[in-house]
Structures are given as C-alpha cells and as structure tokens.
Design a protein around this ligand. Sequence first.
Ligand code: ADP
Length: 631
Amino acid sequence: MITTLLVANRGEIACRIMRTASAMGITTVAVHSAVDRDALHVHQADQAVDLGGVRASESYLDINRIIQAALASGAQAIHPGYGFLSENAAFARAVSAAGLLLVGPPAAAIEAMGDKSAAKALMAEAGVPLVPGYHGADQSPQAFVEAARQIGYPALLKASAGGGGKGMKIVQSEAELAAALQSARREAQAAFGDDRLLLEKYLPRPRHVEIQVFADCQGNCLYLHERDCSIQRRHQKVLEEAPAPGLSQPLRQTMGQAAVRAALAIGYVGAGTVEFLLDERGDFFFMEMNARLQVEHPVTEAITGLDLVEWQLRVAQGETLPLGQEQVPLQGHAMEVRLYAEDPDQDFLPASGRLQLYQEPPLKPGQRIDSGVREGDVISPYYDPMLGKLIAWGADREQARRLLLDLLKRTLVGGIRSNRRFLQRLLEHPAFVAGELDTGFIERHAADLLPPVESLPDAFWEQAARQFVATLPAIRRGDDPGSPWERSDGLRLGLPAATRLHLQCNGEQRVLYLGASQPAQPTALAVRRGEVLYVQWQGELHAVRQYDPLTEASGHHLASGGLTAPMNGSVVRVLVSPGQQVDVGAALLVLEAMKMEHSIRADQAGTVKRILFAEGDMVSEGSLLLELEPG
Ligand code: ADP
C-alpha cells in the first residue's frame, strides 16, 4: 500500500497528481528547486523537500537527491509525472534499488521504447505497422542514400534518441541529403548526446492520432481510445482532442488493438501512449511509444470518466485493472489547449517574468483547469513555460469547442506575454471548426492565426482612459467620504469636470482628455493591478500605464524593451556592427536559451550605436544587449 507518495516534478502536473493522491488519502511530498521554494505545487503538498539548485540538472533531474528525499520523507513510491525523469531507465532502476516503487513502467520497457530505432524493430516483430523507412545500425551516408531511394522523397531524418520534435530534418531530394545528415547528426549529438539517425518517408498532411493504453502487472492491457493531437507548432502539440474527429469505430478498434500489441510486446505496465500517424486513406503508422502519463491525458479522462492517476497508483500497488475492454466508456467530446508564457509575435519566444495578473474563472459544468501557477508567481527561464491546461468536455465537438473558448476568454493572464489570444484564434478558425485537422494546420493558416500587430485604435484609448480613472484607488481620508477631494472624476468648480491623462501601452503614448459629461460607452473588461490597468481589447489583454510627461520631455526615455535580453542565455551570433543602419524588425543578434534560438530584432529604425556583448557571452535576463540611435 502506498501511504506516502513523492512527486518528482513541478508545475501543473505535480499539482494534478497530488490532487488525486490526496483524494485517495495518500500523504503527498513535493520536491522543489531553490527558485521554486514558494511554488504552487509546494503549497499543495503535505510535505516538501528542498532539493536546492536552480537548473533542472541540479534539482528535478538529480536522481540521487530525489531518492534521498523519498527515503527521508518516508515515501514508499515516486511519481515522476512527465518530462524530467519520467522516461529515464537509470532512474527507474535506482528507484527499485532503493526499495521504492516507481509509478510507471519497468525500466526494461522504458529502455525498449527509449530508442526510436530499436522500438521500431520491436514493433515490426509485433506486427504493428511502421512508416516506411530505415532504422538500421549502418549509419553510413551510403546506407541513407539507398534507403531514401527505396522509400522516395520527401523523407524525414530523426534522431534515434529523439524527443520533443528536436533534431528532425525534412529532405526534399537526394541533393540535400548529405548536408541534412550532417546537420541532423550535429543537432542530435548536442541535444541527446547520441548522433544516430533514422529515416522515414515524410507523409503529406498526416494526422497525429495516439492511443492511450493501460496495463497491469497481471498481464491485462486495455486501450482507452484515442486523442487527436494534429494541431502542432514545429512538431509540438498545442491543442488536443478526444475522440479523433471522424475516426470510424472499426478504425478506432484496429488502432487500439495495435497499440495494445505494442504494449504487450515490451511487457508494459501502467499508463502509456502509442503514437501513430494517420494518412488520408486511413492507413496508420507507428511513430513511438511514450512510457508515461501524457500532458494531454485530461481529454481521455473527460470522455471516459476515469481518473488515470488513480489507475496509475492502483496498478503500481499491484491491483488489477477494474474494467474489461468492452466496458471502457466513450462519451461526448473533449478538447484541451496548452496555455504558455510565450510571445506569439516574437516567434513564440518563451516569456519569463512576474505573472502580475492571473485569474481563473469560476468553472461551468464540463470545464476544467489544470494549472501550476498563481498570480504574483515568477515564471523563470529555467523550466518549461507552460502555465497550465484548459480543458472542456461537451456532448459533441462543437459544444466542447464553445465551452473551451468560453473558458479561455474568461482566464486572464497579464504582466507576461502568453499564447492565449493565439489559442482563441485557433479555436475560432473556420477550418478548425470544420474539423479539417492535420499536422500542417498551423503553418497553413499562419496568416489568420498570427495577424500582424496593429496599433490600438482611438476607441481603445478612450476606454482605457475611462477605466483608468474609474479604477484609480481612492485615497481614503476616512473622516469624510463625501468630500470633493476624494473624487477622481476631474471635478472642477464652476467648469465641466475634465481629466487629462498621459497613458502608454504597447510602446505608444497618448494624452487623453476625459469629460464627465461624455456618454457612457460599452465598457471593456479591465482589471487593475497596482499602477497597471489591464484592458481587454479584441480578446487580448493590454497593459496600460500612466507616464510622466516631464520626465519624458527631459530626455529620460523609457527603456525600449526589444534590445534587452528577454531571458537568461548566451549570444550565439551578432548580426550587425556599430554604425550600421537598420530597419524596424531587422534581426540584430541571436540568443540561445532553453536549447532554442531567438532573434533580437530592432523595435525601431535607427543606427546601431553600441553592442555590449560578443558571440559566446552569457547574458542574464533584462541586461542591455545593444543600443540603437533612432532615426
Ligand atoms: P518527437 O519524439 O521528437 O516528438 P515524433 O516522432 O513523435 O518526434 O514526431 C513528432 C511530430 O512530427 C509528429 O506528431 C508529426 O507531426 C511529425 N512527424 C513525425 N514523423 C513524421 C513523418 N514520417 N511524416 C510526417 N510528419 C511526421
């Protein structure tokens, strides 16, 4: 029996696991890094252990410290969540060696699926259909040239040890192959410390359809239907739904049975996901198996009414699966979006900083939020910037979609950029409404989903000014609430009341005059946090502040945000030199942070005055990178 559980993770998934564990009467133990001392998952746990360290490698990925924490806290079991150590066979072994239970598959099953090439060989044996391709041991360029000739172009190179869409290269013709092999090898070596590659036929417009499987220690294995995760950006999931729109019952069954064969072939135990690509003809191909609970598991919970974490814990303590395949429910439709701290207008650059405004709305039936943050939290650049997931269930797809849109619109995020508006546009897109799903969706509709940033219209400024005044905190004098000195509506004796306001928003400044006699306008949603007013305008929250015209006039300009480092990282390339003329939007410098490259672009046209860092330098968030002389 598990009476105390250590959750070796952070953020929304740590909170989600502890919610079920707690409901089962299990004592929960959180672990945290130095920067996460005050994080939500720490507050929600019954006990917490400080791992120290900041980076994941010094905290959530430190096998020894986590096992010591489990032993010291009296936990019998460790739940790894997803990411971090969840698919690390060495960790699974170390957990058993310490006499603890891992809520997850046996180390051998993790190993069998950890290598994409080896997994494919196993799946071929088990009769699971594979994407035509090459996953052999011979890594010579000639072997790849021959394989590509056989399967035809376009082809896709993948890292055998890959994950998270990293190290993948599309090759259009034989002429491109040699260079693509070299660059994919370099990327694979850098990301995974393993440069082995495999080659697949690149399928045109496939859907990503994955099957949730569950196995117990008694040899039973079920499929809990499928999820469609075709809405992806750079091969990473953005929105998931269940069931897959338009999937026929016979195909569901065929795919489900193939997934169960895959799990049984490797002696799988617990929750797992078998990922397939589905083509237009209804043929499906094995991609990989994820040996853990997935981010998108809530949509499966919504359509089956099951709690997958409860099942994981029960299976881990040796219980038998409570249902037979025929009894697994499939009701209605569910959808999930991943809410990220990132900037869609800057190529989805991860955002870090303080979450000044964060409000989750009261939930309607069918709505669910799995989040890991609170208002006031600092989103650090060290970990994945997902704030949480919004989920909705409805009797059919359209109802689920509307409920999710409603939930998204009422969830407020301010002080940090988020993909909230982008997700809203996705859910509202006619092609999405029509269920026209494939993995190229976002790219194909990028113009609609990421329209150019427009400057804010007069009507916005008027609303902002009105709300700014209405929400000014009253300076309470206590003795006379009726005193005219308490009023903030610009009362002038003998004259119509008028207020002059200097407001700034999105780098623009305006002087606004408000007369008390102006007719009331339909009011935009506005929430004040200290000096800042967040005004909702066409689905987007804008931060409005007052500025001081005197400071402005004396030449103390506001720091223009574009030229400071948005996060901790290193300078990988400097693209300009001092004295150079640049246009607005020109790329100036490339920063690498969290294994991704981000361009720093000119926020105005001008001349490069000074460059403060050289290639290879480390920079910390907020440091000035480069000075531009406007004009
Ligand atoms: P990773 O493990 O890095 O996430 P996957 O093998 O799971 O990589 O693939 C991620 C995504 O890349 C898939 O969901 C799909 O959108 C795309 N993809 C992968 N293989 C192919 C292929 N052979 N043809 C077309 N798209 C593919």
